[in-house]
Design a protein around this ligand. Structure first.
Ligand SMILES: *Cc1c(COP(=O)(O)O)cnc(C)c1O
Length: 358
């Protein structure tokens, strides 16, 4: 029996994607070879990569002013790659610290240049700071932020605008919410949340900003070099890129990002309402900033939390534990998580409340 998967990444994949992956692993489109055996220089793969980029542009309404790159590695590699392209010891960038991932990105940037942390007055990560132009050093090359904080369950439902190039880690909410890319100079997302299986990342860059990258960047990290080779400078993980194409085809068939945006808000609201209603749980995140894709919540005490995790396991639910840094509980409701999955989780929370009534 298939489990109900609420993991934060690697996360649930649509059933349609899994069946097509499994066919392609044995025999890619009747070519007589597996997708895992196809070379990245073949016509087959060039077609996959081309279609993937075109679909991404269409689904996200990427303007002509921007270009799309598919790169090796995950989110952390982007923290380093970004800084390698735009920071030297004499250059400055600002980092808006809103949780674990932006803190990591800031630490990576410190290896390359002068990274300045912008911190909130709050002592915890359950609400979000507003970005003020005055907090950003005037000579900053860019300001970095995370649109959705996967671990603390906070999300900027609208992104700030400022007159410094904006760089956004969208690893956990890309394709789940509509964003206006005109105001974004660089956005990236690792694949394992909404774009397939772990191993590659998507980078969207404004062409003007790409031109401003530093010279002398090592070729494997140079965005300009990767763009020049149309993302085929080094061997891309072919199977992973194919899984991304399938996810995008699936997304289009479901009504695209507009429809997901609507559905994700609906799914998350259902779950937050249950958390508020249920006497065994509560949510620390201030309502204005609650994430629509990572619903982080807590049980009333440690014993109840452990009992609930066991109860979930007995009822076929996977991935409900919070991140080791934040503790608590977390249900990730990415695009592949259906309304039915959310209804099932709510039903389990209600049975738990009844069974553990003291
Ligand atoms: C998952 C995630 C990452 C990290 O990705 P890795 O591929 O594990 O390095 C970075 N940023 C955010 C916001 C994430 O959710």
């Amino acid at each position: 029996m298939r489990k109900k998967i609420f993991s934060s990444g690697p996360s649930q994949l649509p059933h349609w994607v899994l069946t097509h992956m499994s066919d392609a692993i044995l025999n890619y489109k009747n070519t007589g070879i597996s997708i895992a055996e196809i070379t990245h220089r073949s016509e087959y793969f060039l077609d996959i990569l081309h279609e993937l980029k075109e679909l991404i542009k269409k689904l996200l309404h990427i303007p002509e002013s921007h270009t799309v790159l598919i790169v090796q590695g995950g989110g952390r590699l982007q923290f380093a790659q970004l800084a390698a392209n735009y920071l030297t010891p004499s250059q400055t960038a600002a980092y808006l610290i809103t949780g674990y991932w932006s803190q990591k990105a800031y630490e990576y940037a410190c290896h390359y240049g002068n990274a300045v942390a912008i911190k909130s007055q709050e002592r915890d990560f359950y609400s979000l700071p507003i970005l003020h132009q005055d907090d950003i050093p005037a000579h900053a090359r860019y300001v970095f932020m995370t649109s959705n904080n996967t671990i603390y369950g906070t999300q900027y439902h609208t992104l700030p605008s400022c007159n410094i190039p904006l760089v956004v880690d969208m690893s956990s909410d890309m394709f789940t919410i509509q964003r206006d890319f005109n105001n974004i100079d660089l956005a990236f997302a690792c694949a394992q949340k909404n774009l397939g299986i772990a191993g590659c990342s998507l980078v969207i860059i404004k062409k003007d900003f790409l031109q401003k990258a530093n010279d002398n960047v090592v070729p494997i990290l140079s965005y300009q070099n990767i763009e020049k080779h149309q993302s085929l400078y080094a061997t891309l993980p072919v199977v992973n890129v194919y899984s991304a194409l399938l996810c995008m085809q699936w997304l289009l068939s479901q009504g695209g990002v507009e429809e997901m945006d609507r559905l994700n808000e609906y799914k998350a609201n259902l779950l937050y309402e249950e958390i508020e209603r249920n006497t065994k749980f509560f949510c620390r995140v201030s309502p204005a900033y609650r994430s629509r894709v990572n619903v982080c919540f807590s049980a009333i005490d440690k014993v109840t939390e452990e009992a609930f995790i066991t109860f979930c396991k007995r009822n076929n639910i996977v991935g409900i534990e919070g991140h080791i840094k934040s503790g608590g509980l977390r249900a990730s409701l990415y695009n592949a998580t259906s309304q039915k999955d959310v209804a099932y989780l709510i039903e389990i929370m209600q049975s738990f409340e009844k069974e553990y009534a003291i």
